[in-house]
Design a protein around this ligand. Structure first.
Ligand SMILES: [Zn+2]
Length: 277
């Protein structure tokens, strides 16, 4: 399978930590990131009523020349219609973390998960649409309005995106549609497998499990505690006790009869000294 090449750039300032190495080191059989994640600066101010940047302005802010098959820009400014992602001209996309950062932080979802989700959904769009990224204004109807934890959830309510950022999937209806657009089964199954790796961190998953099932968590903790205690006892009985006994048997212990002889000799010597005086 030929890998799709993607360029990524940060447009403007990101006021939060973003782990670029996580994206650059992401292992995939369907795409590769070309070069580094470069930084670009805004040359224009916002041009919408809500301090957002329209597609027209963004098309001028994102680079037009790039090496890969398509370009993804990430930014923190609001974008047109308060979407979190929009497709622009010349096979380019923009992903905005405006409001999304707070949504992700609230749900303990790594910010990089949103970019990975957009990368995978864009790859499928690219393949379904004859190796091009259509503009958002070119209606393609790949999404569905109801939320299914699928890469193609519309997420009209932006916060619904959290349902497809922890082991997301591609729903059966979308798979049927993707197949009809001649994307190979091999590619679909590879993407389905790889998006399962887009996850919350283990600590937060455990924390959520404890909140969701507190009684079961206590029972598991007690069982775990008993098992640890039993294991420690077995280790002591089998290994440590033998080692301690072996060490004790190697320590020199004078014989009581020797003590008596030595004491007698000392007394005898003392008495000789006394008599000499
Ligand atoms: Zn779907």
């Amino acid at each position: 399978m030929k890998k799709i090449k993607i360029n990524i750039g940060v447009i403007g300032y990101l006021p939060f930590e973003f782990d670029r190495t996580k994206i650059l080191n992401w292992e995939s059989e369907v795409f590769e990131i070309v070069g580094d994640i470069e930084d670009y600066h805004f040359n224009n101010n916002s041009d919408t009523m809500e301090w957002g940047y329209s597609d027209e302005i963004l098309a001028r802010e994102l680079p037009n020349q790039y090496e890969g098959d398509f370009f993804v820009g990430i930014t923190y400014v609001p974008i047109e219609d308060n979407f979190y992602a929009r497709r622009l001209s010349n096979n380019r996309l923009i992903l905005s973390y405006f409001e999304m950062f707070q949504i992700l932080k609230c749900e303990n979802i790594p910010v990089e998960n949103l970019l990975l989700r957009v990368l995978y959904s864009s790859i499928i769009v690219y393949q379904r649409n004859e190796q091009t990224i259509p503009k958002t204004t070119d209606w393609i109807g790949f999404t569905h309005d109801d939320t299914r934890g699928c890469l193609f959830d519309m997420n009209g309510n932006k916060s619904d995106v959290v349902f497809s950022l922890d082991s997301p999937t591609i729903c059966d209806k979308c798979i049927t549609n993707i197949r009809e657009d001649k994307v190979s089964d091999n590619c679909i199954s590879t993407i389905k497998k790889e998006i399962q790796k887009i996850k919350k961190e283990r600590f937060y998953k455990i924390s959520e499990f404890v909140k969701r099932k507190p009684v079961l968590s206590i029972v598991i903790s007690l069982i775990f505690g008993v098992l640890v205690s039993l294991t420690a006892t077995v280790i002591y009985e089998i290994f440590l006790r033998n080692m301690i006994n072996a060490q004790h048997s190697n320590v020199y212990t004078p014989c009581p009869s020797n003590f008596t002889n030595v004491s007698a000799k000392v007394i005898e010597a003392d008495s000789i000294k006394d008599s000499e005086l």
